[in-house]
Design a protein around this ligand. Structure first.
Ligand code: AMP
Ligand code: ZN
Length: 463
């Protein structure tokens, strides 16, 4: 079945055509590991998880690469401000490497809690310094960059077209947000690919241009090329990457190799909080830990993300997401009922469900439509293991780990009352009062617990 994807590069939905049928090559911009990932960041990785899983569902093999930004991402996204890693290091009184190590681990654990299918290769920017220096040399050699006292700048006027992704003409762009007036730059839109390190910059490397460090955009161009070659299938990120980061990645790759590195550029829309942007000053930069404190499972947040198409904004409120915690529990319950069901399933319906689900996901990842079909299967009045198997198949795309529903069952606390009855039963048995022991067992059962006599003594658990 054909796969349609929206391509930011062509501003249209296109039929996906792989470069190599045997293996699809995808590059995803990864996290800047200076802090906990917020739920907006996580929405973007959930979108990428869907993409991966949909390709696998369609029988493709993947080579998927993601970077970890541990140097060079300045607070402005462009050429100005402090390096986010160094700023965090100063604040927390640690080295930037310690900060990167800690938040990378947290990120991996978030991915695992969201049951996100991880890329085959995850590579840190700081592990790619020679590749980046090499790329800067090539860009200079090809006449696309020049040196100033601050670093090496990409000369956008040398390109046939810039920008390519955002429909914007340069004149229409927000000059203040994007451009810092620097008299040494030939054009205000030129950007740093390699930055000469000020005295107090901790992360810096020897290079032909002195002690310096890479620009954020350069790492993705270099890591993509190192692992996927100079031309691969798909490049992903959030919509905020369109006007600066991805625009500049394309410019650099053209400067070095003469090619736009990927055929399809896909971008996930933003998650809004209470209708607005997340911001530290509003105190609404939520993480998975905050959600868990509100009894929202990470997978309920994932399910919540499926309520909107990845190219539409999604508004997060705690009340809104709570409904998806309930929905997740109902989904598990419904799957379990089918799994234990003894009815037979309608084979024609199964084929029809499969077709509709497949069409929905192949239509530019239409997860809200796909979820509607999942619910129809759940609601089938005939409870059949065949429907359970169908849901398991759909879950290869959803990644909600439904098969392991038992793992997520909430353990009810054993009440003091039950514990007291267990003690009484122990006493009755030691006194060989079997009648009383049985009565007490029945009473414990009636309270929703089972008492078992094991070689290690009496054990009590939820029914
Ligand atoms: P960062 O760690 O800042 O480099 O961002 C990681 C990813 O999260 C990038 O792909 C961003 O585009 C994306 N992102 C940032 N804010 C949001 C948001 N509010 N909603 C969705 N994605 C976001
Ligand atoms: Zn990137």
């Amino acid at each position: 079945m054909k796969i349609q994807l929206y391509n930011t590069l062509s501003h249209s939905k296109e039929e996906f055509k792989p470069i190599d049928e045997k293996e699809i090559r995808i590059y995803s911009c990864g996290p800047t590991v200076y802090s906990y990932a917020h739920i907006g960041n996580l929405r973007t990785y959930i979108f990428v998880d869907n993409l991966r899983r949909i390709f696998k569902y369609n029988g493709y093999n993947l080579k998927h690469v993601m970077n970890i930004t541990d140097v060079g991402h300045l607070t402005s996204d462009a050429d100005t401000g402090e390096d986010k890693m160094e700023k965090a290091a100063r604040k927390e009184g640690k080295s930037p490497y310690e900060i990167a190590d800690f938040y990378t681990k947290v990120f991996m654990s978030d991915m695992s809690e969201l049951n996100i299918d991880m890329p085959n290769i995850i590579s840190k920017a700081t592990d790619n310094i020679p590749e980046m220096i090499e790329m800067v040399k090539e860009i200079i050699k090809n006449g696309y960059a020049y040196e100033t006292s601050n670093g090496i700048y990409f000369d956008v006027t040398k390109l046939e077209k810039y920008p390519r992704l955002s429909n914007n003409k340069l004149d229409n762009q927000e000059a203040g947000a994007r451009v810092e007036v620097d008299p040494e730059k030939k054009s205000p839109y030129d950007f740093a690919i390699w930055i000469k390190a000020p005295e107090n910059h901790i992360m810096k490397w020897e290079s032909p241009w002195g002690l310096s460090y890479p620009g954020w955009h350069l790492e993705c161009s270099a890591i993509g090329r190192r692992f996927l070659g100079k031309h691969f299938d798909i490049h992903t990120g959030g919509v905020d990457h369109i006007p600066i980061h991805h625009e500049n990645e394309i410019a650099q790759s053209i400067g070095a190799t003469g090619q736009i590195p990927a055929n399809y550029w896909m971008h996930g829309e933003f998650l809004l909080i209470d209708g607005g942007k997340m911001s530290k000053s509003l105190g609404n930069v939520y993480t998975l830990r905050d959600l868990k404190e509100h009894d929202i499972e990470p997978l309920a947040f994932k399910l919540f993300c499926f309520s909107a198409h990845y190219r539409n904004k999604l508004n997060f409120t705690y009340d809104g997401v709570k409904a998806y915690q309930t929905a997740l529990e109902r989904l598990r319950e419904g799957y379990k009922k089918h799994l234990l069901g003894k009815d037979s399933a309608d084979k024609t319906k199964i084929t029809e469900y499969e077709k509709r689900f497949h069409e929905a996901i192949n239509d530019d990842l239409n997860m809200p439509l796909a979820m509607g079909i999942v619910w129809e299967v759940i609601r089938e009045s005939n409870k059949s293991i065949e429907y359970a198997k169908l849901i398991e198949k759909f879950d290869e795309v959803l990644g909600l780990d439904l098969k392991n529903y038992k793992k997520y069952e909430k353990k009810t606390e054993i009440t003091d009352e039950v514990l007291e009855l267990v003690e009484q039963r122990k006493k009755a048995r030691s006194e060989k009062d079997w009648k009383k022991s049985d009565e007490l067992r029945d009473k414990i059962n009636s309270m929703g617990f089972i008492v078992k006599d094991t070689p290690n003594g009496m054990e009590v658990e939820e029914k």
